[in-house]
Design a binder for this molecule. Structure first.
Ligand code: XCC
Length: 658
């Protein structure tokens, strides 16, 4: 034996083009590599996902374990307490739902706190901006508005909506908006949410060691909790934000990293709640601060959003958007971000390191979300500009002391965003006759095959944006109208899908509708809590008639092709429980060939709800969704009208004669 040292070959670096299709992100990841900076893409490529966790075959709810089962032989063994794979997986799943629901409902409750303080006159920096929305939301849950003052209506609305969170018995207020047939089904299964706090508490309790050990019963409570998110916490967040900040209507916006300006002080707000962002808009327009920026040699202050609060501000006010979740580290590599100001959710801890490398001020503002190594400037709804002014001052001083080369990818994509439910109603029916009737008619006559919600995150385990874009392309080509939120909306916006011209990418039927109305083939409606707008749109389609009696009857499907967060699981479960076929990409956190898997992927549909699907390939995913839409068309007896498009003249004459 010789003692020759083993020569280790240096592993070739992964190709950045395999990580993302976003050109700006690619450029910045290349720069990061040159600069020796590591991002989540690097970490994902060197850290394999835990195979046991990926299939949810691990239980760590007590100290007799953690117990590790074998997903390849799911019934080969049980945990120390005897818990089966179905119990373990459904409990893990339940806790993801609980965490996701908690995030959205905590956000919604924060909005409601602000609303109460505004109505009571304790907060004056914010006001009720949209009284029409105040009235319509109040009416939708049975509050009398005729001849009453806005303040009285608002006080009643607050009292009612507080029940969304705190009520211990009864149904949450927005259950009144659920189509009667769907609600009937929920009542039959006993899954109408009481209050979100109660449901989350119940779910956390029952998934504790030694409590609920019947996967079907656990899943019921998962549905109930998830519904408290979609029809509760998230819906309140959306509606109160509209009342306070205005209901979105179409607005032209620029997205992508080219929205940063080398000669200006650049501030990025990244996170989820609109309150701090709204205040930041005021701060960057504050004349004395603009003057300060100019004194520092800048041409002004430039504000952009990222992720969900970015998507919300983009859709509501036309604030430029710099990119989605997997671009938040990359954007800092431009060197041009003077401050990144964050609140809650989807804030990677890795941002601290990247910010340190480029001298960017990373500022946390929410007491729930502090990060070691970041500067914390606490935000309060009572004195909002104290925080946001200080952030601006910090950003100006960083601008003055910029000492790293700046490299901004000069890529900007312009599109139209801000299609709230209210605007869709108006757009289709006109101001005198606002209605979903034209949408339903076009679905019935087959011009539009169906409707799909394509939403959710980006995830370094798949090529950024690729699955979103290819899926949406397939859907619109097949005449499926696409509604979007969150990071998915931003993904598509970067590839030009938010222009009316994108209609030429759609099938002939959808194209005709888009051209008549002057709308893009995908409609961007905001952040992840704004998925509640999709629920409202679906309910309205049922109410208008001709497409069945419950949400489960609609020719519709949903997808989160690049999901990553627990919130996505909660959203998926509330869509499924509302009756929608919902397909996830990337991975599905349970083992196949199990009873729990069968329940989620088939059983729930047999109970009259929706069902889950999984597929990582965008084309196959589109196929699943379109097949489902066609199945629903057939059940409604409207599948024939679609075929007419393919008929010959002779066929048509025969049909007409008949
Ligand atoms: Fe987060 Fe909301 Fe997902 Fe984007 S889509 S990665 S949850 S920012 Ni909401």
């Amino acid at each position: 034996m010789t003692d020759k040292p083993i020569q280790k070959k240096a592993k070739p670096k992964p190709n950045i083009r395999d990580w993302t299709i976003c050109d700006a992100t690619t450029l910045m990841l290349e720069k990061a590599r040159r600069d020796g900076v590591e991002t989540a893409f690097d970490r994902a490529s060197t850290m394999k996902a835990c195979p046991i966790g990926a299939e949810s075959a691990c239980c760590k709810h007590c100290a007799m374990g953690p117990c590790r089962l074998n997903a390849k032989d799911p019934y080969g063994k049980v945990g120390v307490c005897g818990a089966t794979i179905d119990t373990i997986m459904s409990r893990n799943f339940a806790r993801m739902v609980a965490a996701g629901c908690a995030a959205h409902t905590d956000h919604g409750m924060g909005m409601l706190d602000l609303f109460r303080e505004v109505v009571n006159g304790h907060i004056t920096d914010y006001q009720i901006k949209d009284t029409a929305k105040l009235h319509s939301v109040a009416q939708s849950i049975g509050i009398e508005t005729e001849g009453r003052s806005d303040k009285d209506i608002a006080l009643d609305l607050y009292d009612e909506l507080e029940r969304t969170y705190t009520q211990v018995e009864g149904e949450i207020p927005f259950a009144k908006r659920v189509p009667p047939k769907t609600l009937e089904m929920w009542r039959k299964h006993n899954i109408v949410p009481r209050g979100a706090m109660r449901e989350i508490m119940d779910l956390m309790h029952r998934s504790h060691m030694g409590v609920d050990q019947d996967y079907e019963n656990i899943t019921k409570q998962s549905s109930r909790t998830a519904l408290a998110d979609g029809w509760g916490g998230s819906m309140v967040a959306t509606e109160i934000s509209d009342i306070l900040y205005g209901t979105p209507s179409p607005v032209t916006v620029e997205v992508n990293m080219g929205v940063l300006k080398e000669d200006m002080v650049n501030i990025i707000v990244h996170g989820h709640e609109p309150n701090m962002f709204e205040s930041m808009v005021m701060s960057v327009n504050e004349p004395s601060l603009v003057e300060e920026a100019k004194k520092a040699g800048a041409n002004g202050i430039n504000l952009a959003g990222m992720c969900c609060s970015g998507a919300e501000m983009m859709s509501r006010h036309g604030v430029p958007h710099a990119g989605n979740f997997m671009s938040t580290e990359a954007v800092i590599c431009t060197g041009a971000v003077d401050a990144m100001c964050v609140d809650v959710q989807c804030i990677k801890q890795g941002l601290v390191e990247v910010s340190n490398c480029y001298g960017t001020e990373l500022i946390t503002t929410n007491p729930r979300c502090r990060i070691e190594g970041a500067t914390h400037i606490e935000f309060s709804d009572h004195t909002p500009m104290e925080c946001t002014d200080e952030v601006v001052i910090k950003a100006i001083s960083r601008f003055k002391n910029r000492n790293k080369p700046i490299e901004i990818p000069q890529i900007r994509n312009t599109g139209i965003h801000g299609f709230s439910h209210e605007y869709i109603n108006y757009m289709l029916g006109g101001s005198f006759r606002g209605s979903y009737t034209p949408l339903n008619d076009n679905i019935i006559n087959g011009r539009i095959r169906g409707v799909a919600g394509v939403v959710g995150c980006t995830n370094p385990r798949v090529k950024q944006d690729y699955v979103h874009v290819e899926l949406v392309k397939e859907l619109i080509k097949n005449d499926v109208l696409v509604l979007q939120t969150g990071c998915s909306q931003v993904a598509l916006a970067k590839y030009g899908f938010y222009t009316p011209e994108a209609a030429h990418l759609a099938g002939p039927g959808l194209q005709e509708v888009c051209e008549t109305v002057g709308m893009p083939p995908c409609l961007g409606i905001g952040s992840c809590v704004d998925n509640s707008r999709i629920l409202i749109a679906a309910s309205e389609m049922v109410r208008v008639g001709g497409l069945g009696e419950s949400i489960a009857d609609l020719p519709a499907a949903g997808a989160a092709p690049e999901w990553m967060s627990e919130k996505a699981i909660s959203i998926g479960q509330y869509f499924v429980a509302s009756g929608v076929f919902t397909v996830f990409g990337v991975t599905f956190p349970i083992a196949k060939e199990t009873k729990f898997h069968k329940l989620l992927f088939e059983g729930l549909e047999q109970q009259g709800l929706g069902k889950w699907g999984f597929e990582s390939d965008p084309y196959e995913m589109a196929k699943l969704m379109i097949n489902h839409i066609d199945k629903k068309r057939k059940a409604l007896g409207i599948d024939k009208s679609r075929e007419r498009v393919l008929m010959t003249m002779a066929d048509r004459q025969k049909l007409d004669a008949a």
